[in-house]
Design a protein around this ligand. Structure first.
Ligand SMILES: Cc1ncc(COP(=O)(O)O)c(C=O)c1O
Length: 361
């Protein structure tokens, strides 16, 4: 591997809200977090923890002794919140995608994947041994052509709501209508939109997965589906059957999120900051700015340029690590700037200044 692509752990000594502190003592504004709402380090969860009195470990898999009424009641409430019959929680989103896709899709099926779906989905499709074709990113015409060519087969369409490295939205309602017209099922990963964006048509998909580790500020993941598909999960999903159930603590904090955080969440200022940040950057970098969400990627092209941006960000008190292939396609190395709700405009202006310095504008 080209040494510039070597992956390594960053020398972070600790996290604190919107900052990371490096081992050399530098405190940096963290532009690389998925904790979009700043909840993971909030006093809200900390206060809830003081009241926690359940066992810390679940002690067994869900299908043996690792299940109880409390877990089922929180999953039921989560299913209702997302607009589905059933929800089941998993230890992580990666584990969920790699084990649920093989449980639902077999060699008789065909999977149509958006070209830019997350690695966990690709790995799940590979583990399923199912035939798959990729359609061009968010391209409904290409998707429809593939659906038409494969009419009569058992087809699944898999996409995300907000794409993790592009920051753009998939047209979920349109994808669901197309899939319905051609008799296909739809599997959607809402890891980067849940808690932040309402997505039209989301409760009409067949399988909805998402994670608690991003905007919700926790860890773990969920799938929402109907009772018939749940049978396949309970009987065939090896990542559910053969893995210790998530900690009761996760269920407890998810319930706390639903009861005490969600009802008072106001994202107006957050979304207006995202809009202002995007338009300021757009004036500087033009088409190199991608997407429309809180994930703000700027394409720099070569690995060297992305690494140089990162190094300069450190000098300016910012943490903007480079994103390189194979995470993104060749020639599109980038920085992925992630806006958190606890960043105010004075924070974001520092990033705009850095981008302006790099682009010489
Ligand atoms: C779209 C998407 N799905 C799934 C995952 C995996 O979730 P987890 O981090 O809970 O394993 C990620 C993680 O970044 C993701 O971006």
């Amino acid at each position: 591997m080209n040494p510039i692509r070597n992956r390594r752990l960053y020398p972070i000594s600790f996290h604190s809200g919107k900052f990371v502190s490096f081992k050399n003592g530098k405190k940096l504004l963290n532009l690389a977090s998925n904790d979009y709402l700043g909840l993971s380090d909030s006093d809200l969860y900390r206060r809830a923890l003081k009241e926690f009195s359940l066992p810390v470990g679940s002690g067994a898999s869900r299908l043996l002794a690792g299940n109880d009424e409390f877990m089922l009641s929180v999953e039921e409430r989560w299913a209702r919140y997302r607009g589905f019959d059933v929800a089941r929680f998993f230890p992580s989103g990666y584990q969920l995608n790699v084990s649920l896709i093989p449980a639902l899709m077999g060699s008789a099926d065909l999977v149509l994947l958006d070209r830019l779906v997350h690695a966990s989905i690709i790995d799940g499709v590979r583990m399923a041994g199912v035939r798959f074709k990729r359609y061009r990113h968010n391209d409904l015409e290409h998707l429809e052509r593939l659906l038409e060519e494969n009419a009569g087969k058992k087809v699944w369409v898999i996409t995300e709501t907000v794409f993790s490295m592009e920051g753009d939205f998939a047209p979920i309602s349109e994808i669901v209508s197309l899939a319905k017209r051609w008799g296909a099922k739809v599997y959607v990963d809402e890891a980067h939109s849940v808690g932040v964006w309402g997505i039209e048509g989301i409760s009409d998909v067949d399988v909805l997965i998402g994670t608690f580790g991003k905007a919700i500020g926790l860890w773990g993941a969920y799938v929402c589906m109907d009772k018939e598909l749940e049978w396949q999960l309970l009987n065939m999903c090896r990542g559910f059957i053969f893995s210790t159930a998530p900690s009761p603590l996760l269920f407890y904090l998810v319930e706390f999120f639903l009861d005490s955080i969600l009802p008072t969440l106001n994202l107006d200022d957050y979304k207006s900051n995202i809009g202002k940040f995007r338009s300021s950057l757009g004036e500087i970098v033009g088409e190199n700015l991608l997407g429309a969400s809180q994930i703000v990627p700027i394409v720099l092209g070569t690995d060297e340029k992305a690494v140089r941006f990162y190094e300069l960000s450190l000098e300016r008190g910012l943490f903007c690590p480079p994103i390189r292939p194979p995470t993104v396609p060749e020639g599109t190395s980038r920085v992925r700037l992630s806006v958190r709700r606890d960043m105010d405009w004075s924070d974001l202006v520092r990033v705009v200044d850095l981008v302006s310095e790099v682009f010489g504008r």
